[in-house]
Design a protein around this ligand. Structure first.
Ligand SMILES: *Cc1c(COP(=O)(O)O)cnc(C)c1O
Length: 380
């Protein structure tokens, strides 16, 4: 059997090991050090934010976003339903209550019209949500202008989960810099990785300072260990930050290749009846973290799961879209506004292998298998 083709495996530039060796040579094998500060600073420069804090995961960044903005148990938090559980779990860590919002079909992200409906409804009953967590899915920015306007109008704060959107843009600005706080992830299959990690960014220095304190067990700045609030062990280590510096240095090259991979698939598959691609909404750049196709089983001749399993028999990893949060057993008691769009996307959507180290030959293999499935479909 040929070598497995993964969905989006880590892709080192070669500079990472040198940076890690440097950290070892200086014995900065610690949860602090020069690479950590450098990574934060370079990240700020890349996305255009004034302050950033590197953490152990993207989920930790969202948890700290809720903590530093004083979300309380019982507060309502609106959040995209089509997302990874990491966007939602921290809401429950705090005892706050998620309400899920469906996607709009252009960008697949949080639907501003549904947001307006729910904010209107809540304003009538006099109890507004505490925050909206907007997710930028698969590297396409949500439509931030109407979302920000609505949230400003109703006085509801915005937190952006930009875990999948590093390298994307919205009206020339980087997703994650619109809301009060933006969060990012460097988990293993993200567009760049530090093996595991996250980033918390904000224009408010006080929030970042507070998050920094909470992330290292809320130690007070005194010589002995003094604590006046509950803390967490969420800081990124200097070693992982060294990997991050290497990865960040080739970020634009990674986006370029991700977009090329998308174009390659699109040019060779979009003529097949029943296959559609997520368009790039004209308001910004899509980082094309993963190339996603929608499969109409009637027209294509096989459904998403049949395609996935056939690719699997060829040792090729592909994956359904995120299963909407309102369909997850663990979150089923919470309200959902809409839901049909994300359910359809989950039914029909398949993420294709999109690793930046993939060769054109490997892409051709995936493409020819998908073409074959269509050609060999049962005649109706
Ligand atoms: C990956 C991801 C997260 C969580 O990041 P971790 O670093 O894995 O904790 C959160 N939200 C979305 C949308 C993600 O894709």
């Amino acid at each position: 059997m040929s070598e497995r083709i993964y969905l989006s495996p880590p892709h080192m530039s070669g500079k990472e090991l040198t940076l890690v060796q440097q950290a070892f040579a200086d014995n900065w094998v610690a949860p602090a050090g020069p690479h950590l500060s450098a990574f934060e600073q370079q990240f700020c420069e890349y996305i255009g934010a004034p302050y950033a804090l590197a953490l152990s995961s993207g989920t930790a960044a969202i948890h700290l976003a809720l903590l530093t903005t004083e979300v309380q148990a019982g507060d309502e938090i609106l959040v995209s339903t089509l997302t990874f559980a990491g966007s939602v779990n921290p809401i429950l860590y705090i005892g706050a209550i998620p309400t899920f919002i469906d996607s709009e079909s252009d960008s697949w992200n949080l639907d501003p019209n549904l947001l307006e409906d729910v904010l209107q409804l809540r304003a009538k009953t006099g109890k507004l949500p505490k925050a909206v967590i907007v997710v930028h899915l698969y590297g396409q920015s949500a439509d931030m202008e109407p979302i920000m306007n609505l949230c400003e109008q109703y006085g509801v704060m915005v937190i952006e989960d930009a875990a999948e959107a590093l390298g994307s843009s919205y009206q020339g600005r980087h997703p994650g810099t619109f809301g009060r706080i933006g969060t990012f992830s460097f988990n293993g299959n993200k567009i760049i990785t530090t093996a595991g990690g996250g980033m918390f960014v904000s224009e408010e220095k006080s929030l970042v300072d507070h998050a920094r304190k909470l992330s290292s067990q809320s130690r007070e700045p005194v010589p002995h260990y003094e604590h006046t609030e509950i803390g967490y062990n969420y800081r990124m280590s200097n070693i992982l930050a060294a990997i991050g510096c290497g990865q960040l240095s080739i970020m634009e090259e990674r986006v370029r290749r991700k977009r090329e991979i998308y174009d390659y698939y699109q040019a060779r598959l979009s003529h097949i009846p029943g296959l559609t691609f997520v368009p790039e909404v004209p308001y910004g750049r899509h980082n094309r973290w993963l190339t996603v196709i929608l499969i109409d089983p009637e027209q294509f001749g096989a459904d998403r799961e049949q395609v996935r399993l056939t690719l699997e028999t060829h040792n090729i990893e592909s994956r359904p879209l995120w299963k909407p949060m309102h369909l997850q057993p663990v979150f089923q008691q919470y309200e959902v506004i809409g839901g049909a769009v994300s359910e359809m996307l989950f039914e029909r959507g398949l993420c294709l292998p999109s690793g930046t180290a993939m060769t054109d030959e490997q892409l051709d293999t995936v493409i020819s298998i998908i073409c074959q499935i269509h050609e060999q479909r049962p005649v109706q």
